[in-house]
Design a protein around this ligand. Structure first.
Ligand code: SF4
Length: 378
């Protein structure tokens, strides 16, 4: 029996130093603390989050909507950018149906015209289609359903209190049909070794996501195995009909937090092929603001996506490219102005190779002729 506790929280919005290149979020918020979905692999059980009893005691943060409204009203230092609700909780966990706590918060986000990216395992998200459509029309809205397996029996074991995978895919279909302005897809995360990494499941997730109307499938091979979370997961496996995977799982991880790179690489290549076969993007299309950040965000998206896709293909990551893309999000003027001054080389991590990628795109930009920054006043 889950215990629900109402509690005051001071902070309602957390600003990230750099946007997350998977979800493109700049802000995170958690309407709840704890999650009654109680997935047996959930990382919230690890010590780094210090969430005690996280699936049996769910905290409902009181007056969250009012506090967020105040925060966004006096947000001189904040620029609208993507908000991602839920980190180690699901904004649409069971209690939400009754109390509409997240719904009220999303109404505030819509009121202030901030874009949003929701990851959920619940079909309940379709209840709020009216708000999500408004956000999508005003700015940008993405909804991704977390799916690890299409096998209903395995899903029931792994994610006992979420909507079933079929229900999640049905909800995806509904959003696609009734809110085509909303970007939808599947977060194929985590892909659990020996339980959900077989060719049949990989193919099924892509095929069924495509059939439901997904725009993207994001994936992450392996499962993080961290201190108390790993202990709990292995204990649950041992007590189940899946106990035969404990031995190979522990042999694969060898006490590490992540599976070895050869394992990840093999799966990445398979997943990449499937994304090509089903014509599904492996990245979420980014929200692009219309202010001075417009080209910074476009170029950043291009660099970060290139770095990601190259790393999937080659197995090597390019840190310079990654940091060039990340740092560009914090530039306080338009990259077009920097280009016009012939100073691209002064941007952090912009070496000759990166300038060769970026320059032809900026050169062709129609916005190049527009006066920006101080030029407007001259
Ligand atoms: S829905 Fe997400 S946050 Fe909630 S228990 Fe499952 S994995 Fe954890």
């Amino acid at each position: 029996m889950v215990k629900y506790i109402y509690k005051e929280f001071k902070s309602v919005l957390n600003k990230l130093k750099f946007p997350d290149s998977w979800f493109w979020s700049r802000y995170t918020l958690n309407t709840y603390s704890g999650c009654a979905h109680a997935c047996i692999y959930c990382d919230a059980r690890s010590e780094r989050y210090y969430i005690e009893n996280f699936e049996n005691e769910v905290i409902i943060k009181t007056d969250f909507d009012k506090k967020l409204d105040q925060r966004l009203k006096r947000a001189r230092s904040l620029l609208p950018d993507v908000i991602a609700p839920g980190g180690v909780n699901d904004a649409y966990q069971p209690i939400e149906k009754k109390i509409e706590h997240t719904r009220k918060v999303f109404q505030i986000i819509a009121k202030h015209k901030y874009p949003i990216n929701i990851a959920t395992k619940s079909k309940l998200v379709t209840r709020d289609l009216d708000i999500l459509k408004k956000i999508a029309n005003d700015t940008w809205c993405t909804v991704g359903f977390s799916i690890s397996t299409i096998n209903e029996e395995l899903a029931k074991f792994l994610e006992p209190y979420s909507s079933t995978p079929t229900e999640r895919l049905e909800a995806l279909k509904t959003i696609k049909r009734e809110g085509s302005e909303i970007q939808v897809g599947t977060y194929f995360i985590p892909i659990i070794p020996f339980l959900a990494d077989d060719d049949e499941n990989l193919e099924n997730v892509f095929k069924q996501s495509k059939d439901a109307g997904a725009d993207f499938v994001l994936f992450s091979p392996g499962l993080t195995m961290r201190d108390s979370q790993a202990v709990y997961f292995v204990k649950k496996l041992k007590q189940s009909k899946y106990n035969h995977v404990v031995k190979p799982l522990l042999e694969l991880y060898k006490g590490q937090m992540h599976p070895p790179s050869q394992y990840v690489r093999k799966l990445h290549l398979k997943l990449l092929k499937l994304s090509e076969k089903y014509k599904l993007s492996v990245r979420v299309k980014r929200w692009i603001p219309s202010d001075y950040r417009k080209w910074n965000y476009k170029i950043s998206e291009l660099l970060l996506n290139k770095e990601y896709i190259d790393s999937l293909k080659t197995g090597k990551s390019n840190k310079t490219l990654m940091w060039a893309g990340l740092n560009l999000n914090n530039l306080e003027e338009s990259i077009l102005d920097v280009y016009k001054r012939d100073e691209l080389h002064t941007l952090p991590n912009f070496n000759t190779k990166i300038i060769e990628i970026v320059e032809p795109i900026l050169k062709k930009s129609k916005d190049l002729k527009q006066k920006t920054g101080l030029e407007k006043f001259l």
